[in-house]
Ligand binder design. Structure first.
Ligand code: TPW
Ligand code: MG
Length: 540
């Protein structure tokens, strides 16, 4: 076995299902081994941000490693934003980068793709990954790979592996997977005692489920725990889509001033808020008029539990949930939860289309044809997704990068084989929409809804006086044919309905619906968000 094969087998053993990538001269040798060894399928895309986003989405949707393979410098540095997004939203992406051979590094010449020093790239990725290795020693490589991949899964954060191009084919031993570290059972029990006592003293406890619940594959256990404890469950904006396929007492999505008042009240008035795997960030929590006192909550995140003013270190979420389930008596409490309601039955009339109509049309579609996984970009499309019934969702709800939606949808279809629904604004489509051109080669056929308001509308909402937010009309429907798919432009609700029906019925080619939305027309959720933010800012 050579070094690259040893790495590929280990990636597969740790849960990777495929590799997304773009080669370059520093990466050609290891790409050759990826292709010839057939250990993992390789999907090449067109631009490195797309590679990073596809790998990130595949990690999120399969709850295991996503792999992004690139060349040194121009390739890897093109992917910094996507990896930063994965880091901040806790997606376990493995960056595989080619690198200068050991011999070349000593040549004394500057090498092409080199930024400042030969290690500049490694230094940059240190900032946005939880562990790194340069595989420049074949004897040490198996232990290094085992450590890095274990950390990737344990922390659910990206890692960086650089392969000098003259190392790829050296003989190498297989990687032996690391055992998980021992857990301090006494600390775990003390922690569980304290949490259960707090929750039972509270008059209105609430469980808020965050992305770590999905990253660590705990949705079923958390749904069961909530039922046993009789706790209503909410997700955050970032956690939207969690527990959608599980029997949890799910009330809705907490969005402070932008959310439904009953969900906002439930969370903000709770005297026992249990944040399970929740990223404590502004998009999840800053949009509130009543500031939540984090010191009064119970927070389990990043392998530690914080209760009030003290913390228990090194308690992984899975161990915590498992122990809580063992400790809570087996009978399940039934209690009434008021669930969010959604709109159905879009009239097939001549009216122009508002974002909320798209949510209704998607609800109709899923009611008839079954639920689909949604990949959404940043923009009003993501706020509109909050008006779509609970279904699996991958989206950059916290880091909020544009360009995510299309490549994420491709990542979802590659990883699961299932046809996704992609929601994307015209501005974001301009960034990464071209990646759809790769669908034909691989047989992917996503349904793509472009929210085309000829505008950076979210920005206009906050600063209406700036005309630089006008984008002009791009005819995305026309472009679809050139990219190997079918495109149609719609501007009335009747046309939207008909186009969606046709898209669902047509398999084998991507289906793009370019939806004209008048400028200034926002989803109901984004309207509430903007009004709320303006209210909060007026008080400050
Ligand atoms: C990579 C900043 C946030 S929202 C937005 C911009 C430019 C406008 C989005 O326009 P789009 O959607 O896609 O047409 P909509 O509904 O608002 O009309 N660069 C990156 N990420 C972000 N978030 C920005 C800039 C931004
Ligand atoms: Mg737009």
């Amino acid at each position: 076995m050579n070094l690259t094969e040893s790495l590929l087998h280990s990636l597969k053993e740790h849960g990777a299902r495929q590799i997304f990538g773009i080669p370059g001269d520093f990466a050609l040798p290891f790409f050759r081994i990826i292709e010839q060894s057939k250990i993992l399928p390789l999907y090449t895309l067109s631009h490195e941000p797309g590679v990073g986003f596809a790998a990130d989405a595949s990690a999120r949707v399969t709850m295991s490693l996503g792999v992004a393979a690139v060349t040194y410098g121009a390739g890897a540095l093109n992917m910094v934003n996507a990896v930063a997004a994965a880091y901040s939203e806790k997606s376990p992406v493995v960056v595989l980068s080619g690198g200068p051979g050991k011999g070349e590094s000593r040549s004394g010449l500057l090498l092409h793709h080199q930024a400042k020093t030969l290690d500049s790239q490694l230094q940059m990725f240190k900032e946005i990954t939880c562990d790194q290795v340069k595989l420049d020693d074949a004897a040490r490589a198996p232990a290094d790979i085992a450590r890095v991949l274990a950390n990737c899964l344990r922390n659910s954060e990206p890692v960086y592996i650089e392969i000098p191009r003259d190392m790829v084919a050296l003989p190498c031993a297989p990687v032996i997977r690391q055992d998980d570290p021992e857990i301090d059972r006494d600390a775990l029990d003390a922690c569980v005692d304290e949490i259960l006592a707090r929750l039972s003293q509270a008059t209105s406890p609430v469980l808020m489920a965050g992305v770590e619940v999905r990253r660590f594959g705990l949705e079923e256990q958390v749904a069961l725990l909530a039922r046993r404890l009789g706790l209503p469950v909410v997700t955050s904006f970032m956690g939207r889509g969690l527990l959608a396929e599980h029997d949890a007492p799910l009330v809705g999505t907490y969005m402070g001033v932008a959310g439904l008042p009953e969900v906002t009240r439930l969370v903000e008035e709770s005297d026992g808020l249990f944040l399970l795997g929740e990223i404590v960030c502004d998009t999840n929590f800053a949009v509130s008029e009543t500031k939540i006192d984090m010191r009064k909550t119970i927070q389990a995140l990043d392998g530690q539990v914080t209760i009030g003013y003290h913390s228990y270190a090194q308690l992984p979420l899975a161990a915590l949930v498992e122990r809580m389930l063992e400790r809570v008596e087996v009978h399940e409490r039934s209690f009434a939860v008021v669930r969010q309601t959604f709109c159905y039955n879009l009239p097939a009339d001549e009216q122009c289309i508002a974002p909320t109509d798209i949510a209704t049309a998607v609800n109709d579609l899923m009611a008839r044809h079954g639920k689909m996984t949604i990949a959404s970009d940043m923009g009003d499309c993501l706020f509109t997704a909050m008006e779509i019934e609970q279904t699996a969702l991958v989206a950059p709800g916290y880091y909020a990068t544009m360009g995510y939606g299309v490549p994420a949808g491709l990542g979802v279809q590659a990883a699961t084989g299932e046809r996704p629904l992609i929601l994307v604004g015209d501005g974001a489509f301009q960034m990464t929409g071209w990646e759809l051109g790769n669908c034909r080669r691989y047989g992917w056929d996503p349904i793509v809804l472009v929210f085309n308001n000829e505008s950076w509308e979210m920005l206009r909402t906050f600063q209406p006086e700036s005309s630089f937010n006008d984008l002009g009309r791009w005819d995305f429907a026309q472009m679809a044919a050139g990219l190997g798919g079918d495109g149609v432009r719609v501007s009335t609700r009747g046309q939207l309905k008909a186009a969606l029906d046709k898209a669902v019925a047509t398999r084998g080619r991507f289906q793009l619906i370019d939806i004209s939305i008048p400028r200034g027309v926002l989803s109901t959720v984004l309207q509430r968000f903007v009004a709320g933010v303006k209210r909060i800012n007026a008080v400050k």
